[in-house]
Design a protein around this ligand. Structure first.
Ligand code: AHR
Length: 493
């Protein structure tokens, strides 16, 4: 009964590699320690940025990186983060632990990080507590090559050529921490800010408006009605979490039972419902799908690790997170006609991180490994899949046991990612492939021995990808057994 029907002949839509984007905020130990250690650090670094982290992130081919927030963005004044470090003013990071931010990691350091990663920068500007002038000057500082007050300032700070930053977010969560605005008010503000973020010297900015929180369809409707003609993307935020009566996130990242397992997986899958609902509204105003739905904050959010600063949002990462990542990425792939960027929260030491650090030590999380395995889908062409899956049920909750997406790359290799969400049962399935023949299949698998399998600083390789040999070429395509709680990526030649 478990069958995925793939039609290569219907492959049309490119899976934008920016769907595999990331998000790094001035929050907890994401930027400071996670990325930035400073040039004097004993931790090996290049221009103050740690080498181990950069080389790990290069392996997952980070295509785009969103910065400086998050809620931090709407309190951030970029001019405090340029010039000689000893002269940079500090500020209080009121959202995240009330710690003092010394502004040593600013615009130049962020662009240096992007250079080292060879990724696109995505800058989120300050609408909540900033001004139009401030954001307009930031664009000029980064993108204007001629002679102007901002380009002179940039040159005084050691950078001659403009960077030419394409992706600009006009505020963050302006319905909440970014100003508590109504959609009507924000839409007007958005139009004003977007206008003064100029296209210098042929560099067409890609302007991203603050989008809805979760299922706020009214926000999407108002923004599309009032401002769709001025935007390239609308940013949806959705976190997979459980909230207690006080609205605080509850549930531990590593201590959970099967009810928590299925509950989080179900909530992760709910993002497809959100994508469908918001896309339907966007279709009314933009049937050509010119405006992208950008999922620029998503991922799991649990209570912080015991004993850590509650404002730092530091959490571990298990096979459960890996499955939320895999199923979400499958959903984004399948909706690649509307979703052209997604940025998981966050890159290092915060929420559903790729990397955790402990001073000079570093480990890669199960989520990191999913991103590494899924690099095959970057910029490949989506192959439509019709999936018939058995269900997995526990404690009154029922979800499809299998998740799947597929793509074909320029070399004609077909890649299929398939996950099994059931923690008890291996599942035999058929991949019925139309539109091409299959002569060989190989693959890799990510799995663990328990639902909460994870990597620690003492055992950093407990969960990692391995060669997979339970798929063979069959009569109509490929026959596979997907082991319980696993993520498999196949290459079919
Ligand atoms: O990612 C953590 C926070 O979640 C971000 O700062 C904010 O935008 C969202 O509420």
């Amino acid at each position: 009964m478990n069958k995925a029907t793939l039609d290569v002949g219907l492959a049309r839509t490119k899976i934008d590699r920016n769907i595999y984007g990331h998000f790094a905020e001035h929050l907890g130990r994401c930027i400071y320690e996670g990325v930035w250690v400073g040039t004097e650090s004993a931790i090996p670094n290049t221009n103050g940025i740690r080498n181990d982290v950069v080389s790990a992130l290069k392996r997952i081919k980070v295509p785009v990186l969103r910065w400086p927030g998050g809620c931090f963005a709407d309190e951030y004044h970029w001019m405090d983060g340029i010039g000689p470090k000893e002269k940079r003013p500090s500020m209080v990071n009121t959202h995240w632990g009330g710690v003092t931010e010394n502004n040593h990691f600013g615009t130049h350091e962020f662009l240096e990080l992007c250079r080292q990663l060879a990724c696109e920068p995505y800058i989120c500007g300050n609408v909540g507590s900033g001004t139009v002038l401030e954001m307009a000057q930031w664009v000029e500082y980064l993108n204007f090559g001629g002679d102007s007050p901002m380009s002179r300032l940039r040159r005084e700070n050691g950078r001659d050529e403009p960077w030419g930053v394409t992706y600009w977010g006009v505020g963050n969560e302006n319905w909440g921490c970014g100003g508590r605005m109504t959609p009507e008010y924000y839409a007007d503000e958005y139009r004003r800010y977007a206008l003064y973020c100029r296209n210098f010297e042929g560099k067409n900015l890609y302007r991203i408006a603050c989008g809805p929180s979760g299922d706020d369809e009214h926000w999407t409707d108002v923004l599309m009605k009032k401002a769709a003609d001025q935007m390239d993307g609308l940013a949806l935020h959705y976190y997979t979490s459980v909230r207690g009566p006080d609205r605080k996130r509850t549930g531990q990242a590593t201590e959970f039972d099967e009810s928590d397992w299925i509950d989080i997986l179900r909530k992760g899958l709910f993002i497809e419902e959100l994508v469908n609902r918001h896309s339907t509204i966007m279709d009314v105003y933009d049937p050509e799908k010119r405006v992208a739905l950008i999922v620029d904050e998503w991922g799991t959010w649990f209570a912080v690790e015991p004993g850590t600063n509650p404002g730092f949002l530091y959490q571990q990462n298990t096979m459960r997170d890996a499955l939320v990542a895999a199923t979400s990425l499958d959903i984004f792939n399948r909706h690649a006609d509307r979703i052209r960027m997604a940025n998981i929260a966050q890159t290092i030491n915060v929420l559903q991180a790729m990397i955790l650090t402990d001073k000079e030590r570093m480990l890669l999380t199960p989520t990191y490994h999913v991103y590494e395995m899924y690099t095959v889908h970057h910029d490949a062409t989506l192959v439509p899949v019709d999936l018939v899956s058995e269900t997995y049920a526990h404690d009154g909750t029922e979800i499809p046991a299998l998740s799947c997406s597929a793509s074909i790359d320029d070399a004609g290799k077909l890649h299929v990612s398939m996950s099994n969400l059931n923690p008890h049962r291996d599942i035999a399935a058929t991949l019925d492939v139309h539109g091409r023949s299959c002569s060989s299949v190989s693959g890799r698998i990510l799995t663990g021995t328990t639902m909460n399998a994870h990597n620690t600083f003492d055992a950093p390789e407990a969960v990692g990808p391995k060669k997979f040999d339970q798929a063979v070429v069959g009569e109509s395509g490929v026959d596979i057994t997907v082991p319980r709680m696993s993520v498999v990526v196949l290459e079919i030649a």
